[in-house]
Structure formats: C-alpha cells, structure tokens
Design a protein around this ligand. Structure first.
Ligand code: FES
Ligand code: FES
Length: 187
C-alpha cells in the first residue's frame, strides 16, 4: 500500500532526507519513505494511524507498545522503523480474523483482564510472543516472562488468568494455587 508522506517542514525549510522502507504490516505490503529517526511506534501510530499500539513511556519500560516482528515481541518505541526493512509486523489490529477475535483477546474479555485498557494491546501482543517462544511452563514462568508489560491498573491476576487459560488450557488451573515468587509481576 502506498501511503502519502507529508512534508512536515515549513515553507523554505530544508526537507530531511527520507529513505525507502518496504515491509508488511498485518498482512498488507507497505512501500514507505521515512526519516532515519522515526521509530516503529511512531510510524504505526502517527503515519499509518494504527493506534492500537500504545505509547506509554516511549523508553522501553512499560511494554504498552509491544508488537510482533517476524513473530517475536519487541518494544516498538525502541526500534527504528528502518530497522524493520522487509519484515512482517503484527499489531493488535491484525490479530483478529475478521469478526473472530484471537483466543487471547477472547480470554481477556472473559476474565475481565483490563480496567482502563491502555496496556491491553501490548499485553496481548506480548502474550502471543510469549507463546511463540515456548519458554513458559507454569504460571510463575508466565508472570516472570510477562514482567516487561506494566499494568498501572493492577489487573495482573486477571491478565495472568487469561494468558494461562490460553497457554495451558485446563492444566493451568492446577498451577493457580502455587505460591508466587517474590520479584515476578506483582499481583
Ligand atoms: S512505550 Fe514502549 S515500552 Fe513504554
Ligand atoms: S488496564 Fe489500565 S493500565 Fe492495564
């Protein structure tokens, strides 16, 4: 898809150089031109209007901007858009198949795993990445490996319940009563 690029300089201002960028986002091809300093998050939100990915801290500390690049979760605020040349980016907007929500999206609804919802796109994308990684074997692993995704509303118990249900199915219920290791995601 060709997206027109604005000239953000004023009259007479020297235009900053832009560089070609080809990538796929949520299954769609994009041919873009961007300045070297534009982050992936700003490209998504400000230029492509994919505002599902949130800007919380803009410095890699909250996880609100988590997206998947070639199936791996990253903080989009810490990555330059040009670093994603040729890659496949998946955002929260691309998870559902038409009207059918992704299982994690359904689980978040079923478990009431959000309050304000600001962290939710990042939480869900991070959980998809976590499942792709295949490292979490129990609820405590899940809490630790999701610790980069902060929820200011404190919906952690429900978030973990939702991810656990999708990741472990009914077996997850057996892990539910295990003691929490101090230092993992706060309840
Ligand atoms: S906005 Fe990217 S980690 Fe907080
Ligand atoms: S639901 Fe509000 S920040 Fe997580």
């Amino acid at each position: 898809m060709d997206i027109p690029v604005r000239n953000e300089g004023g009259a007479g201002a020297q235009a900053a150089p832009r560089y070609p960028l080809s990538l796929r986002i949520n299954g769609q091809p994009y041919e873009l031109e961007v300045e070297s300093w534009v982050t992936l998050l700003d490209l998504l939100r400000e230029r492509l209007h994919l505002t599902g990915s949130k800007k919380g801290c803009d410095q890699g500390q909250c996880g609100a901007c988590t997206v998947l690049v070639d199936g791996r979760r990253i903080n989009a605020c810490l990555s330059l858009a040009l670093m994603q040349q040729g890659r496949e980016v998946l955002t929260i907007e691309g998870l559902a198949e038409g009207a059918r929500l992704h299982p994690l999206q359904r689980a978040f609804v079923a478990h009431d795993a959000l309050q304000c919802g600001y962290c939710t796109p990042g939480q869900i994308c991070s959980a998809v990445g976590l499942m792709n990684e295949g490292q979490a074997r129990c609820r405590d692993d899940l809490r630790e490996l999701m610790s980069g995704n902060v929820c200011r509303c404190g919906a952690y118990p429900q978030i973990v319940d939702a991810v656990e249900e999708v990741m472990f199915g009914s077996a997850g219920a057996e892990e539910r009563d295990r003691p929490v290791i101090v230092g993992t995601v706060p309840a």
